[in-house]
Write a protein that binds this ligand. Structure first.
Ligand code: RNT
Ligand code: ZN
Length: 426
């Protein structure tokens, strides 16, 4: 243990202790919080299953930073690199198009064996896996509708895909000894104002009911449904809106997924956590950062991230919340994007864990709003950085920005060679 880091930690710990905050206990909690790293940041949401890797579904990646992963082995190597720079044991979130197989298989026929190499890789490392059916970037999703399509044949294809996905997820959960969260998101919606808002929603409800009718062991698979306000090409109407999925999840015992970028520009998800978890067992978060719209920027330590973390800690909601990241930035190093996003999420959680919550709650109950504001503001500049550095050092990962030079070295030694191999910037 580096002496300067340890000394700074001991000093900081004393400051927190004055307010009754047990820093060591906070670190014990932090080390147990799993973040799900979304594989799709590693390759600009292209996947491996099809030759035509044009991204559709109203989501977009901009940038052509060289060296993105273009094979499952490359993606796993990049994830290994990212995970070596992040404290703790985490999960990896796969999309169906990331199947690792030489077979020509369509989405409705995917089986657990097509993901065996992912399972083996995760098992070796003690990682969990999460899963997503991919209801976009496919000819059968070309006109912007999938599970709510007017054509029963097309609906059936996507229903079969989602059923196949849940079986794959169940296998992940059973094999890895920790539940897999399967998130259902689809782009269905209209660019312009619809005449009939009802029928697509009724069809989506029925398709989902058919998918979930198949018994899947809940110890291994947790089903989540993700709402959205609008997407590119679905600006006027999204079938799976927030109200739709709130109702669906509540009535069917499913898990709501809140994506930070899927609401009105000034609407925040932090204020929704205590309401939803008041009435449901679990929640899935897609931690993302909208910039003016659902732009899926890399997560930074902004006010909303801090507020999400505070809500989870103050309400003791962490045991019932699955935290996943969801952003895709092709303009910077793909691995750095993961590391920045995860480390920020962990830092925000640490800051929340270091607040004197009981003291603040009492002050608020006593209506001493002056002290509430004063203390919350003072706590913003308490030396959480010293605690974070100690946590990183103790966890055997780079302290502060030291991780960046590792990513730069990896870029030079591994990623640049990929670019050269194909002769183009990918
Ligand atoms: C899209 C949703 C969804 C996707 C991933 C790739 O708006 O946020 O979660 O980002 O499935
Ligand atoms: Zn999302």
């Amino acid at each position: 243990m580096n002496k300067a880091i340890e000394d700074a930690y001991i000093q900081a710990r004393e400051l927190y202790a004055k307010h009754g905050v047990d820093v060591d206990a906070a670190l014990e909690k932090l080390i147990d919080i799993k973040i799900s790293l979304h594989c799709w940041q590693g390759d600009d949401v292209k996947g491996f299953l099809f030759n035509d890797k044009t991204l559709s579904g109203g989501i977009a990646v901009t940038g052509s930073y060289p060296g993105r992963a273009s094979t499952p082995d490359e993606l796993r190597a990049d994830l290994d690199e990212a995970l070596s720079l992040i404290p703790g044991k985490h999960k990896v979130n796969l999309h169906a198009i990331y199947a690792d197989t030489e077979e020509q298989v369509d989405l409705d026929s995917l089986e657990p064996r097509h993901f065996q190499r992912w399972i083996d890789w995760a098992k070796e490392r003690g990682l969990g896996l999460d899963f997503n059916p991919t209801l976009f970037s496919h000819p059968k999703a070309e006109d912007g509708f999938t599970l709510s399509h007017t054509d029963p044949e097309i609906r059936k294809f996507w229903i079969d895909h989602c059923k196949a996905s849940r079986r794959i997820a169940e296998t992940f959960g059973r094999e890895l000894g920790q539940p897999c969260v399967t998130n259902h998101w689809m782009p269905d919606g209209f660019k312009d104002t619809p005449v009939d808002r009802w029928s697509p929603r009724a069809r989506l409800r029925d398709s989902l009911d058919e998918i979930f009718a198949e018994e899947i062991d809940e110890r291994y698979n947790i089903d989540a449904v993700e709402s959205k306000l609008f997407g590119i090409g679905s600006e006027s109407y999204v079938v799976g809106s927030h109200e739709f999925y709130m109702g669906y999840a509540m009535s069917r015992g499913k898990t709501v997924c809140l994506d930070a970028g899927h609401f009105h520009p000034t609407e925040v998800i932090s204020n929704k956590l205590s309401s939803i978890l008041m009435f449901t067992d679990q929640l899935l978060l897609h931690v993302s950062r909208p910039v003016r719209w659902d732009s899926d920027h890399v997560v930074t330590m902004d006010d909303e991230l801090l507020e999400i973390a505070r809500e989870l800690v103050r309400g003791n909601l962490l045991p019932r919340t699955h935290i996943g990241l969801d952003f895709f930035d092709g303009s910077i190093n793909h691995i750095a994007a993961w590391v920045i996003g995860v480390r920020n999420t962990q830092k925000a959680l640490l800051r929340a864990l270091l607040e004197p919550i009981e003291q603040l709650k009492k002050i608020e109950a006593d209506r001493d709003y002056t002290s509430r504001l004063a203390l919350v503001e003072e706590f913003k500049s308490y030396p959480f950085g010293a605690i974070w550095d100690y946590f990183c050092e103790r966890s055997g990962v780079p302290v502060r920005e030291d991780w960046l030079s590792k990513v730069k070295t990896y870029e030079k030694e591994v990623l640049h060679k990929r670019g050269q191999k194909s002769g183009v910037l990918q």
